[in-house]
Design a binder for this molecule. Structure first.
Ligand code: 8YV
Length: 323
């Protein structure tokens, strides 16, 4: 069975696949053009996908040889799951192993924005470390404030737990379903979307992205948020309208924003949002730790090995294919 991996991943994953007797195809060139990528897909049984290649109806039509896809990500918004289901193609993903790392980044962004870390770092680098001014560009403390989590799954839970432990924050959340563990352990309270938007001092996005939520955080939502509030997005850039976010920041409708994901991605270096002092932007590094990436490589390999033995993938985004 031929497994095509489009970018080098931690060695552990490759080793596991080879030890399981699978043929690993790993191009030397880390940056395949779209056409090169298609050529490799044509010749593969399974794809271990790194990055945001799209798997839609056209892809599945063109490559009936592809029998399974193992994503090197927890998010599976790059795949048309309906189409995969119709063809009984299991889509593996990598939950859990990156929850700590990604929630750490949400937590880091929240603090950097609250204490204006990016602004001050820029000041120091630009030789603008001026005289002490008791009133200049003050930050805000997070103790006892309200964290609103949009999408309280594994990563949202970890973020909420950190905020509870570090700052004794009140946790409210909006989700497809109730998260009983979070309610019991963290005293998290389920609220409507409007209540989440109205009541959060920090609103952190952790949901799985679907088209139905495309740019759900738009001008109408930012207008309803508190003027001291911080918007954090470490999930997918498609959740927010970036122009509207920029306007909300400039008009001081919200206090600041911390983004590890942008809309579009990668974002332009001259995007006006980068000029704002109340913003911190990172280039989608939520899972970029040695521990998380090793874990992702292992889980992706486990998914493929299970598939190659005719077993269920242990982490499958569309378990309905096994029914
Ligand atoms: C990946 C991610 O870095 O897991 C996810 O959903 O967004 C990140 O961990 C990215 O998708 C690269 O494959």
């Amino acid at each position: 069975m031929k497994v095509f991996i489009n970018k080098r991943i931690p060695e552990i994953g490759i080793q596991m696949l080879e030890e399981a007797g699978l043929e690993v195809v790993l191009p030397k060139n880390a940056d395949l053009s779209h056409d090169e990528w298609l050529t490799y897909c044509k010749d593969s049984d399974v794809i271990l996908n790194v990055g945001q290649n799209k798997y839609d109806e056209g892809f599945f039509e063109q490559f009936p040889n592809v029998k399974a896809i193992a994503l090197f990500s927890v998010g599976f918004d790059s795949v048309d799951i309906e189409q995969a289901n119709q063809r009984k193609i299991p889509i593996g993903n990598t939950p859990d192993v990156l929850s700590r790392a990604t929630s750490d980044i949400a937590f880091l962004l929240m603090q950097s924005v609250a204490r204006r870390a990016s602004y001050y770092f820029e000041q120091v680098k630009s030789d603008l470390w001026g005289d002490f001014d008791p009133l200049h560009a003050l930050g805000q403390e997070l103790y006892g404030k309200t964290l609103g989590v949009f999408g309280l799954g594994r990563i949202g839970f970890e973020m909420a737990e950190k905020c509870k432990k570090a700052f004794d924050m009140n946790i409210i959340y909006h989700n497809r379903s109730h998260n009983e563990e979070a309610e019991k352990k963290l005293g998290a309270k389920y609220v409507s979307f409007d209540e989440l938007v109205n009541q959060s001092d920090v609103l952190s996005v952790h949901a799985n992205f679907t088209e139905e939520h495309s740019e759900i955080f738009d001008e109408s939502v930012f207008k309803k948020m508190k003027s001291n509030s911080i918007f954090i997005n470490t999930a997918r850039g498609g959740f927010h309208n970036q122009k509207h976010l920029y306007n909300a920041l400039v008009d001081k409708e919200i206090w600041g924003a911390g983004l590890d994901v942008t809309n579009p991605e990668p974002m332009m270096y001259d995007d006006p949002i980068l000029k704002l002092s109340n913003v911190c932007v990172l280039p989608h590094i939520g899972s970029a730790t040695i521990e998380a990436r090793n874990g992702m490589a292992k889980v992706a390999a486990e998914n493929i090995i299970a598939f190659s033995k005719g077993e269920k993938m242990p982490h499958c985004a569309n378990p309905e294919v096994y029914k």
